[in-house]
Design a protein around this ligand. Structure first.
Ligand code: C2E
Ligand code: MG
Ligand code: MG
Ligand code: MG
Length: 290
């Protein structure tokens, strides 16, 4: 069978790899230009408490609209930024912009920022965070840093020290994409996370009868609760998925069912399709639920 022919796939992939490398070089150049010329922006996706049905924050998601090629996924260009060393500068821009934007929202609303493993490994990273907080006057507890399990690949004293330095700043820490990486329970024991974000691969389709995903979500929730951590279910798209993660006890949800990533200017606009009222007045009265 052609589909299962490993060699066939390899041959195809190899012939594509040259084009890929060329393409990456071009994208890297264009990304450098975008970074220097205001070509990047942030979109914000709501994070909703399942206890109060109120928005408690937004995740900042990097967007790049290429002049010729249109929107390019961060899943594609972030790795390029990592490999080319641009990620520190991009990450610094992201954190400054997100803090400045969030400082204009109601005090009950947090902002979550993704931190790449390369940023996390940089001893200067806590200073970057501190500078962004100082420049924006954002209260530290309103900033949540999202870190993936991959930072534990090089788990050493430096990792522990970085967690301690970030916690000392008063920011919150979230473990992103939980369950997809090198999931080890050992680091949950020592790393001071405030929240576990359950990866979308467990959430999507979890409502389908007989799915093992719901058992896994349930286990993650009880683990997180025992450790005093929140849980955000990522990527809920349907009412069935929403009902299930609610039933399984997740404390928060983030997914298309409640809202897609949107421009900063729209963050204060109404997007109530599923029972959450998001009006300017609602913002003013909403409070963090923990
Ligand atoms: P992530 O941090 O896990 O972000 C969540 C991703 O899931 C976002 O994709 C979001 O648009 C998508 N998503 C949320 N709800 C749903 C849903 O219901 N259905 C579906 N199909 N997707 C949903 P996005 O914006 O394409 O970002 C992809 C990844 O790129 C992020 O995953 C994050 O790892 C990375 N990324 C994005 N912005 C930044 C950044 O500023 N810095 C770094 N280092 N990484 C970033
Ligand atoms: Mg994230
Ligand atoms: Mg995630
Ligand atoms: Mg992800």
């Amino acid at each position: 069978a052609a589909k299962g022919d490993g060699r066939g796939i390899h041959r195809f992939y190899s012939s594509e790899m040259h084009a890929d490398a060329e393409d990456r070089r071009r994208l890297e150049q264009d990304l450098r230009h975008a970074l220097a010329c205001d070509g990047l922006h942030l979109a914000y996706q709501p994070i909703v408490s399942l206890r109060t049905d109120q928005i408690t924050g937004y995740e900042a998601l990097l967007r790049w609209i290429h002049p010729d090629r249109g929107p390019i996924s961060p899943a594609l260009f972030i790795p390029i930024a990592e490999d080319s060393g641009m990620i520190s500068q991009i990450g610094e821009w992201v954190i400054h912009t997100a803090c400045r934007d969030a400082a204009q929202w109601d005090e009950g609303i947090r902002v979550a920022v993704n931190v790449s493993p390369t940023q996390f490994a940089n001893p200067g990273f806590p200073s970057t965070v501190m500078n962004a907080l100082a420049a924006s006057q954002l209260a530290p507890e309103r900033l949540e840093l999202e870190i993936t399990e991959s930072v534990f690949l090089n788990d050493d004293d430096g990792t522990d020290a970085m967690f301690a330095r970030l916690k000392a700043l008063g920011v919150r820490l979230a473990l992103d994409d939980f369950g997809t990486g090198y999931s080890s329970l050992g680091y949950l024991k020592k790393a001071p996370f405030d929240k576990i974000k359950i990866d979308q691969s467990f959430v999507r389709g979890a409502a389908i009868k007989g799915s093992r995903n719901s058992a896994i979500i349930k286990a993650i929730v009880s683990l997180a609760e025992a450790l005093g951590m929140d849980t955000t279910a990522e990527g809920a798209e349907t009412q069935d998925e929403l009902a299930l993660i609610r039933q399984l006890g997740c404390s928060h949800v983030q997914g298309y069912i409640y809202g897609r990533p949107m421009p900063f200017a729209d963050v204060t606009a109404s997007h109530n399709k599923h029972g959450v009222t998001v009006l300017m007045d609602g913002f003013k009265s909403s409070r963090p639920d923990r």
